[in-house]
Design a protein. Structure first.
Length: 118
């Protein structure tokens, strides 16, 4: 099983980034997918989630209207489009997969750093 994130980097405030997560080794279309983020000394927090079919999404209040999560079940990928980035969005972003039939079947990616700074 692998979840491989890409697309992180350094961006100025107000800029955009698109994170991608490539999944392999499991039945992607039967997993809800999420993006979490974590800064040093703080708990990992949910940023955005999308159900297995892609028809339902939810977002943290702090990113509503700026971030969009999407998935392509044919390509086994999930993406996070991040617009109007703010310094407080700086964090390591993790891809997360949760099997729809059991909360104990879950996977994490290794994380990708996003830094928003001028």
């Amino acid at each position: 099983v692998q979840l491989v994130e890409s697309g992180g980097g350094l961006v100025q405030p107000g800029g955009s980034l698109r994170l991608s997560c490539a999944a392999s080794g499991f039945a992607f279309s039967t997993y809800a997918m999420s993006w979490y983020r974590q800064v040093p000394g703080k708990e990992r927090e949910l940023v955005a989630a999308i159900n297995s079919a892609g028809g339902s999404t939810n977002y943290a209040d702090s990113v509503k209207g700026r971030f969009t999560i999407s998935r392509d079940n044919a390509k086994n990928t999930v993406s996070l489009q991040m617009n109007n980035l703010k310094p407080e969005d700086t964090a390591v972003y993790f891809c997360h997969a949760l099997w729809v039939y059991s909360d104990s079947e879950l996977y994490w990616g290794q994380g990708t750093q996003v830094t928003v700074s001028s």
